[in-house]
Design a protein around this ligand. Structure first.
Ligand code: GLY
Length: 303
């Protein structure tokens, strides 16, 4: 069985291509990388890669990670500037036993030394957005209009799972701020034996429940990917509400070793793309765990 799932409508085109790759025998790692690169390269998607959301000082600083579910190795970059495809750096770093998670200048030097393309990740649109926001920087930052990290999980015909995530993080974040995305267990996790999971939304909240590891851990204990996503999210959201806090911006996806997928959200509606065997589609899950197929034109304004 082959399967692939990714967050938000923005991953749809790359994910469909990656699905074709899997059908032709590509490995999960290549499929994940392809789907994430497609989003990073497209300036129309303003929360990932080129044209991403700037920080308070007007810099587009990216976080990305890659995990191989067979070896349990991961690689990641955080607070990295001008790496054209942060996911490619993360994937390369995943091969390393040590020094596999690099921040800032170290990540940029790694990319340069390994021949990865560099580019100014700012676009006219991203700088316009920044200039307009500077005078009224909000006190409580939220992920940009309900979408942020692209997360992709894939299962190949050899039973290998891989996870990849990439984001420019929170709009107008403090310089150096890092969210859940490059942090193993919070933004992503993959283990061929039990499943893979990844999270999108407000990183500061997601980290507090190590949501991706918690989801895979529930699958290890026998829950389906859907039960695991809902259970992990419900538990953290309930605790946050007990503490008098909001829990309104977290979403999860998961994939099991036999190709079943799950998704859950605390948003009113969270779109994702998925493909399993020969079938593929775009879906949305609501806060009650109900998933329905949607058309690309639905949920206007949400990428
Ligand atoms: N979930 C992405 C971030 O908070 O940076």
């Amino acid at each position: 069985m082959i399967a692939i799932i990714g967050t938000w409508k923005m991953c749809r085109e790359g994910l469909m291509e990656a699905h074709e790759m899997l059908k032709s025998g590509a490995c999960a790692a290549d499929a994940v990388t392809h789907a994430v690169v497609r989003v990073e390269d497209d300036p129309a998607y303003c929360s990932v890669g080129y044209g991403g959301l700037p920080d308070r000082d007007g810099h587009v600083m990216t976080d990305a990670a890659f995990m191989d579910g067979t070896s349990l190795r991961m690689g990641g970059v955080m607070s990295a500037e001008n790496i054209k495809n942060p996911i490619l750096a993360a994937r390369m770093l995943c091969g390393r036993e040590i020094n596999c998670l690099l921040a800032g200048r170290g990540a940029e030097l790694f990319a340069l030394r390994h021949g990865l393309k560099m580019r100014d990740m700012r676009t006219e649109a991203s700088m316009r957005r920044w200039r307009e926001a500077v005078p009224e920087r909000p006190e409580r930052l939220t992920a940009y209009t309900g979408h942020d990290t692209v997360c992709v999980l894939a299962l190949d015909e050899n039973g290998r799972l891989a996870a990849g995530v990439s984001t420019s993080g929170l709009f107008m974040k403090d310089p150096g701020r890092v969210g859940d995305s490059p942090l193993i267990g919070s933004g992503f996790y993959a283990d061929d034996r039990f499943g893979a999971a990844a999270a999108t939304g407000l990183g500061e909240d997601i980290m507090r429940g190590c949501l991706s590891y918690e989801t895979v851990s529930r699958m290890k204990r026998g829950e389906s990917p859907q039960q695991a996503c809902e259970g992990a999210l419900r538990e953290l959201a309930a605790r946050k509400i007990e503490l008098g806090e909001n829990a309104d911006n977290m979403s999860l996806i998961a994939l099991s070793p036999d190709g079943r997928f799950g998704a859950a959200t605390t948003l009113p509606c969270f779109p994702f793309a998925a493909a399993r065997g020969g079938e593929s589609g775009l879906y949305a899950v609501d806060g009650n765990g109900l998933t329905r197929a949607i058309s690309p034109d639905e949920l206007a304004g949400v990428d």
